[in-house]
Design a protein around this ligand. Sequence first.
Ligand code: FES
Length: 312
Amino acid sequence: MTSYDDIELVVEGREPAAADVLLLTLRHPLGADLPAWEPGAHVDLLLGPGLERQYSLCSDPADRSAWRIAVLREPDGRGGSAHVHRRMREGDKVRAREPRNRFPLEPARRYRFVAGGIGITPILPMLAAADAAGADWTLLYGGRTRATMAFTGELARYGERVTLAPEDETGLLDLPPVLDGLPPGTLVYCCGPGPLLDAVEERCPPGLLRTERFRPKEQGSGTGGAFEVVLARSGRTLSVPPDMSVLDAVRGAGVEVLYSCTEGTCGTCETDVLEGEPDHRDSLLTEEERACGETMLICVSRCRGRRLVLDL
Ligand code: FES
C-alpha cells in the first residue's frame, strides 16, 4: 500500500495475555537490534495483501532485541485480529514498518492514565517511563471482566497507583475522582473503546487530554461538496468529487503517498497544508493541531472552502 521500507520479523513467542488477547514477541530473524521506539508508539504489521494493521508496542523500549504486541480477537473486526489469532504461529515471518508515535508521552509532573480493555497496550510502557521519571501517576484500568484484562500481573508491582475496575465487579469506570480538580502540571492519557474516550473527553479540562483511538470517531453525516486540490510540488490541480477522498484523488493521479488505515486513525497519510482550510474528519489530530490547520489526514479529511494547496 505504501512504498517505504519495512523490516522482516519472526514470531518468537505466542501466548495468551488474557481471554481473547494474544501476546506476540517479535524479533529480527538474525537477532539484530530492532529500530528504537518510545512509549505510545505503534507498528504497522503487513499481514497480507490489503491486510495491514497497527499494534501498539507494549514491551520495554530499552530492550531493542524484541518487540511485544498484544492483539485482541475481534469477532466483528475487519480480519486483522482473526488472522493473527488463527494463523500466526511461532517461527512465522511477518513484515512490519518502523515504529511511529502519534501518542507520545509528554513530560509532566503528574499523569492520570485511563485505559479500557486492549487500550492498556500503549499505556503500559508509559507507566514504566512515568515511574522511572519519578512522576506522580495513577492508572484507572477497566475491562469487561478481570479475565479479559491483560497485564494485570505486571501491573501488580505498581501497588496502589493502579486501580483495576472490571465492569462486572465495579460497573463503568468511575471517572470523576480521576479527572475532577486536576492540579496544574497534570496530563491525562487515555486509550480504549470510543465510548470511554468520549466520556473522558467530556469530563477532562481542555488541553490536558492525550488520546489514541483504535477505531474512528463518529463523525457527522455527509461528505461535503466537491473541491480542488493543488499539488504544490508539481503544480497539478485535481478535482475531488463529494464521494472521493483526497487520498484517492491523489493516488488516482499517479502520485505516490504514504497511507495505511484509510480511516483517519493511524496518521500515516498526514500531509502539510500550504493554503486553504481543511475540514478535519480524522480521529487523531489534537484540537490545537486542527485549529492551526497546518496538516491534515488526507484519507478522510476534506476542505472547508473550494481549494486546498498541499505539499505533495
Ligand atoms: S491512512 Fe491512517 S490516518 Fe490516513
